[in-house]
Design a protein around this ligand. Sequence first.
Ligand code: TXA
Ligand code: MG
Length: 323
Amino acid sequence: MKFKTVIKKNNIKNISEIVARLKAGEAIGLPTETVYGLAGRYDNKDTIENIYKIKNRPKSNPLIIHYSNINNALDDIYFDSRALELAKKFWPGPLTLVAKVKNKHICKAAISKMNTIAIRVPSNIIFLNILSKLKIPLAAPSANRYGKISPTSANDVYEELNGKIPVILDGGNSLIGLESTVIDLTEKKTKIIRHGGINKKELTKIIPLYNNKERLKVFISPGLSNSHYKPDTSLRINALKPRKDEAWLAFGPIPKGFKGIAVTLSKKKCLKECAKNLYKMLRYLDKKKCNGIAVQRIPKLGLGIAINDRLRRAAFNDKTNVK
Ligand code: TXA
Ligand code: MG
């Protein structure tokens, strides 16, 4: 279906309208603290199939289900003390837990007919408000076309999905700018299967983590494709400086007198600021249609692990990078 996509402001009237649309089974672009999501009710087959179609996402890649509170979320899985501890510490927030599914109302297509499910309670006030008014959990993948850069503003969602969805709710720029960290609790060994908004150091204070070096060789998470988060322009990562025909995505100050196209992820080399700016700036530079984008080396510590993970996938297959 072709829509005239509208970006709506966050006010009482629009929230009521969006809750009614979600209830009726529409898929809507909504802000979360990590990235914008393409949200639809978790129990409606047509809605879920529509979400996959809009994103052009393979049906084998399950969605994250979002809940308004910890109790409702944990009610839908077989949980143990690990899930309880992590939920108590990090929810609402950018952590997703994968566990065995219990709830029978969840549309099977939303979890790709698996016997496990990914759940989280987001901390974005607007999203939480909608969830508690709707009283139905929402399946929400990031609101980008499959394999492309995740959106961190309502305008980004518009660029990605214009004409494919009726409404996007404007909640400003995403606070974190990177997707949630996904943790696998289906086996005794607790594993990070996607680095994200909560870093490993914070997690290991609560629970020991299995060092998951084999992550690319074995099946862990269907969505961990090597090529993802891709701009159209080719990306050269871990760069020391830009070449003449490249745009420069700096980490730290841009040298005085620099002549080319350049922006910095963080002048002060702050990883939090860098995460918040990463997708936004990749989108910005992608529009400049340069011959390439060179990204300055970013430390692989704390949030830097998730940032480097996204950059590696975004650069995958680009001929300038050694795999
Ligand atoms: O921050 C986020 O997590 C955002 C916001 C909107 O909440 N959502 C998001 O969804 O990033 P998506 O669909 O782009 O990524 C979900 C990831 C995928 O890599 C998917 O394969 C994985 O979670 N996943 C979902 N269910 C899973 C399961 N049962 N087992 C393993 N991985 C799973
Ligand atoms: Mg995604």
